[in-house]
Design a protein around this ligand. Structure first.
Ligand code: NAD
Length: 313
């Protein structure tokens, strides 16, 4: 299968590498100069569960995509949420009538952005539990295991979605065909919406937040706002189950000592965050539906203020 990875940072490198090793014709697209040059010169260096490997893979800058390029069979979007539209613009020449586009970005509302470039029948939405990190240009750290859950957003896309699930399985990426991916996307966004912004504003890891007397009331309020807005889109979240799941993450023997990805983006790497697609999306949708979302709105404003204070890019 001819597969394009649109955004070959941490996650794009993982998926690209695993699909390439399974025998697919994979190309990576990225615009981070040092990273692209390192991969062009030395290949992609990956620390996979402690084992280092180097793989020579084709990687291109967006402006190297020729207007007469052969369309891809599958494009996997792996930019940050704020970069999605820009990337879709760049990859237009690779979008054919039959090109399936799988979006695995965290956050809400990406199907609306995709629909401006891709026919509904070719859009696949998904979430993934795989993780990945960057060690530096051309170097990624791929630890642990995971799964990819995906579904077509239009009934016509089901056959192709199942084909993609099989390809992901073949590459060891543990693809699963979802019967309700909208629920999974909302649930993941809700979990992210509780810990990401709060830990970032408080400059705390998950355990530190969890040990405060304020944590549970704040998390309950955020979850209740996500639930009320999701219900307007016919997605029924289970508040008790989500709260229980989040409370389990406080355990310092589990992931409690970790800082959520938004903290890493903003505090560690001085990068703009995905807040507008998590709590920000709920605040925006809440306004449209007439559902009050004071916690999500304030958290979004505070993260934007912090981005400005830190001059994040
Ligand atoms: P990343 O920043 O490491 O990778 C994004 C890459 O896209 C960068 O290398 C960037 O240069 C490139 N890019 C962005 N816009 C571009 C454009 N217009 N043209 C060319 N290249 C462009 O991010 P990531 O950690 O891989 O995360 C990607 C998505 O996956 C996010 O939505 C994130 O929330 C989600 N996610 C990440 C993880 C994780 O463990 N890292 C896990 C699950 C989900």
């Amino acid at each position: 299968m001819r597969i394009v990875i649109a955004g070959a940072g941490a996650m794009g490198s993982r998926f690209g590498l695993m699909l390439y090793n399974a025998g697919n014709d994979v190309i990576l697209i990225d615009k981070w100069r040092d990273h692209v040059e390192a991969i062009k010169k030395n290949g992609l260096s990956a620390n996979i569960n402690g084992q280092r490997s180097t793989t020579r893979m084709p990687i291109f800058y967006p402006d190297e995509i020729a207007s007469n390029s052969k369309p891809a069979d599958l494009i996997i979007m792996f930019t940050k949420a704020i970069q999605l539209e820009d990337m879709l613009q760049s990859i237009k020449p690779l979008l054919g009538l039959e090109t399936m586009v799988l979006c695995l970005l965290n956050g809400l509302g990406h199907e609306d952005t995709l629909a401006r470039y891709v026919p509904q029948k070719n859009i696949l939405l998904g979430i993934t539990m795989w993780t990945a990190g960057l060690e530096g240009p051309g170097k990624v750290k791929l630890f642990g295991t995971g799964e990819v859950e995906l579904q077509n957003i239009d009934a016509e896309g089901e056959k192709n979605a199942k084909k993609i699930v099989a390809e992901l399985r073949n590459a060891g990426l543990n693809g699963v065909y979802s019967s309700n991916v909208k629920y999974s996307v909302w649930r993941k966004a809700c979990v992210n919406g509780t810990l990401n912004s709060t830990c970032t504003i408080l400059n705390a890891n998950i355990s530190e937040l969890g040990a405060t007397t304020e944590a549970i009331p704040i998390l309950k309020a955020i979850i209740s706002e996500f639930t009320a807005v999701a219900a307007k889109e016919h997605v029924i979240l289970d508040q008790k189950e989500i709260l229980q799941h989040v409370v389990e993450t406080f355990d310092p023997n589990g992931i409690g000592l970790h800082y959520p990805s938004m903290h890493q983006d903003l505090i560690k790497n001085n990068r703009l965050t995905e807040i507008d697609y998590i709590n920000g999306a709920v605040a925006r949708k809440g306004e449209d539906y007439g559902v009050p979302t004071p916690y999500c709105a304030l958290l979004t404003e505070l993260i934007h203020a912090k981005e400005q204070i830190l001059k994040a890019k």
